[in-house]
Design a protein. Structure first.
Length: 551
């Protein structure tokens, strides 16, 4: 953080600067500690069960479920809002941070005869008080961080904290994508062998819990869901995998969040255990979205360690998912998966994962990267250094695109030519480089160094423009595409104007009058992977028509 040499050899100017830096650091550290203690003084007097109930209630108030929240919290009418910019908005990513800070905060010991203080968690004002205390703590720490790194670097962490929350976890694309990626033969077999339960049944049990927790905050551990085809054995598996009792949660959270660090970017127990066991043999789910995340994309962590070949299967299925998506989104163009070719005097090599051609000329070269973002990749102050292996996959992807562009230019790919406006795309499963242009430039610089070292024949004109696109952003852009507008946006993104932009943002700016006209392209396929989805649609229609809800 600060490097101190032998000060007796330093000049007066250098020494004075070091003293000033140290004084500034100590003052900012003292400010952080002050607001940390103030937050702890709020959370320390909260009953944990009541606080979790307040979190569920505030989430419900701002998710269209105010009637369900009404018995559990007193609130002003302005608190019933889904507007993220409202002064009454309670952002779910900050609720997640508060719950973790709650668990990590020791409870004060009352002296004999001392009046017991407590936080009135049945009132919305208690959430406002907690949020304001957290904001001051976060802001104090931001001030310290921004002395070490610039604001554009900090934007990465901010985006990672909020991006998925704003997209939402409870939606058809999230469930289908997870079921497809982790529904391969090897993954299914390994999961069933390990847990004696199918992935489909596991997801269905979690989905049934979401339906119940959307209407009530608490369920019994002896809950019976056999009426909706969830066996007691499957439900017991779900509870054992994704729930944790309160006291254990407190000790576990204290361990994973130990040490000095920004409260917003420390590890979260709710990512692994979105269900919390409390008194009277009950379970609460304070944030429904995190249960949805755990039962969908979180399956990756349930299967990835069950076999050496599972990672390759997931990567292959992600490539197939992206191929299917691009083929639909760019329906007027020829879309191909990878094939082998032999440059003159060399061994066979694979093309990049997906090739898009326009008038028989290669126009877009796509590399797919299913690598999941580690905690360090998301929230380190220097993510590229801290998660070098993951970002190295993106560097490799850019290099592979440039190498193929070079081979096309030199006539080393039999029967293929490249278009004049050829471009590249690294399509990622996670949001590795969304809207953070300096980090994108860093990856491109590393790719340039790799190209210089491994293949000097890759010239400047071969180092074509490459976009970094999360697959869910490609899905989002497809919703508003008409005719060839998405292809035009891909080409329009070439150049300085849209550096760092999401593809969907480029499309929106180029076609400001575009509206949602396309449904999620795989909506009809979900029943092939999750057979119970068809019954769910029937139940939803029945409920819409005035029938009973699930369970």
């Amino acid at each position: 953080m600060f490097e101190f040499g032998p000060i007796w050899n330093a000049s007066e100017t250098v020494l004075a600067n070091r003293v000033r830096n140290l004084g500034s650091f100590l003052m900012s550290r003292a400010r952080v500690d002050l607001y940390r203690r103030k937050l702890a003084s709020v959370l320390g007097y909260a009953n944990d069960e009541d606080f979790l109930l307040m979190c569920w209630s505030c989430d419900a108030l701002q998710s269209g479920r105010a009637s369900e929240a009404r018995p559990y919290i007193f609130y002003p009418k302005e608190a019933v809002t889904e507007d993220l910019t409202s002064p009454y908005a309670v952002h779910r990513w900050r609720i997640e941070t508060l719950i973790n800070e709650l668990f990590a905060t020791p409870k004060p010991h009352s002296r004999a005869g001392e009046r017991v203080r407590y936080l009135k968690c049945k009132e919305f004002g208690a959430m406002s008080l907690s949020m304001n205390a957290l904001s001051k703590y976060e802001n104090a720490y931001d001030g310290q961080v921004l002395k070490r790194i610039n604001v554009l670097q900090e934007m990465h962490r901010l985006i990672q904290r909020q991006f998925d929350w704003q997209n939402g976890y409870i939606n058809k694309p999230q469930f289908y994508r997870a079921a497809f990626l982790y529904g391969g033969e090897r993954s299914r077999a390994a999961f069933e062998n390990k847990y004696e339960c199918t992935i489909s049944d596991y997801i269905w049990a979690c989905f049934a819990l979401i339906a119940i927790f959307s209407t009530q905050p608490l369920v019994s551990k002896t809950l019976d869901l056999q009426g909706v085809n969830v066996s007691q054995k499957t439900l017991a598996l779900v509870f054992s995998k994704i729930s944790i009792d309160l006291e254990e949660a407190r000790s576990y959270t204290a361990r994973i969040r130990a040490g000095y660090g920004h409260p917003s970017y420390k590890r979260s127990i709710l990512r692994q255990f979105p269900l919390i066991g409390i008194s009277k043999n009950r379970i609460i789910c304070p944030l429904l979205e995190l249960l949805a995340a755990r039962m969908s994309s979180g399956i990756f962590y349930d299967v990835i360690g069950l076999g050496a070949d599972i990672r390759n299967e997931i990567s292959d299925r992600f490539e197939q998912y992206c191929f299917d998506l691009i083929q639909i989104a760019l329906g007027g163009f020829a879309v191909e998966r990878s094939w082998k070719y032999r440059p003159i005097g060399k061994k066979d090599i694979d093309t990049p994962d997906i090739i898009v051609s326009d008038n028989e000329k290669v126009s877009v070269i796509v590399e797919c990267k299913a690598t999941r973002m580690s905690y360090e990749a998301r929230f380190s102050e220097d993510p590229i250094a801290s998660a070098a292996r993951g970002y190295g996959e993106l560097v490799k992807g850019v290099f592979q695109i440039w190498r193929f562009a070079s081979h096309l230019r030199r006539g080393l790919v039999p029967g293929r030519e490249r278009s004049k406006d050829i471009s590249g795309m690294v399509l990622t499963l996670d949001t590795w480089l969304s809207m953070v242009e300096p980090m994108q430039q860093n990856v491109l610089e590393q790719a340039n160094a790799m190209a210089d070292e491994k293949d000097p024949s890759i010239t400047f004109e071969d180092r074509i423009h490459v976009q970094f696109v999360p697959c869910n952003d490609l899905e989002f852009a497809y919703q508003t595409q008409s005719q060839n507008s998405l292809f035009e946006a891909i080409k329009g993104a070439i150049g300085k104007k849209y550096e760092g932009y999401l593809l969907s943002a480029v499309h929106r700016e180029m076609f400001p009058n575009a509206v949602d006209v396309n449904a999620y392209p795989f909506g009809d396929r979900i029943v092939d992977l999750l057979p119970w989805w068809g019954e769910l649609e029937v139940r939803r229609k029945h409920r819409k028509d005035g029938g009973a809800s699930l369970g």
